[in-house]
Design a protein around this ligand. Sequence first.
Ligand code: DAH
Length: 350
Amino acid sequence: MEKEIKQLKKDLEQAIAKVNDVKSLNDLRVHYLGKKGKITGLKEMLKELSVEDKKTAGKLFNDFRQEATDLIEEKEINLKRKALDEQLITEKIDPTLGATEIKTGSIHPLDRTIKEVLDLFVSMGYDVVTGPEIESDEYNFARLNLPKDHPARDMQDSLYVATDYLLRTQTSPTQVRTMEENKAKGPIRMIAPGKVYRKDDDDATHSHQFMQIEALVVDENINLGHLKGTLELMVQTLFGKERKIRFRPSYFPFTEPSLEVDVSCFRCDGEGCSFCKESGWLEILGAGMVHPAVLEMSGYDKEKYSGFAFGLGVERLAMLKYGINDIRQFYQNHLHFLELFERIDKEGHK
Ligand code: DAH
């Protein structure tokens, strides 16, 4: 037995020395240590020995089998290390090569504008709310103080999807929903961005779908001064500290008084230029004090509470802010147009 082991060990060592890759090493392992392998075969010899001889021969056999396993494993580690070293040399990276440009996309100008407005109002404690785009006739009109036969309904050509349901023409129904959902009938500060729809033919200044931001504040003793202060802050945040606002009387069925709000032209600083059609002012939104009938229909005590509201067109705001003259550009998704805003916000208007 001792002799056979010696011979096998020599064979094995020579064979291992010749092996140059992991696959051949695996074959070699099977050849020596597999079920029908040479070393495993030695076991047969043990059977024929006396009990006494078996003891010593058995130990020799076990030690050798362990030694063979270790030798093969050691070789395997060496082979793998060698392969890795070679790989590291051949796959060396070249840091001087130019990088591949990664396109990251950019935030849509309408989203940018909405975010800017929402950030300001959230910082003042307003809740951001949303409402359904398919709205009932009831919420879109009746609860905003426009009964079925009210002539003001003709002010907005609507897209009806069923007898009493339409694509909302304004975000104002979110006011009603918010007041109604407030079971405590307590104070409200909400801001609601969203899409609205009108039966308009698309051109440079009209779109059958556009976006509005609606705001509503309800509390005790709310007055026009609060509205003015809030709008001044918004306009100065969006268009610069020097901006002024002015109110013009207007009419909306859900506010009394109703106002149209203008901002002093930021191109000419109110002097008059082609941008503001020589008036020095740019119209930006509609607003007013919530009509007592609207408060009452939503379950609010009109003697105790008053409120202000306003609604603005996001496209119009973005068009003014970025000097865009065709509303359709927001919806055509031309990359060169969309990428512009990332630059403008980074480098400022030029
Ligand atoms: N909903 C009006 C529109 O679409 C805008 C508006 C005007 C909203 C006055 C208001 C408001 O909340 O108080 O033309």
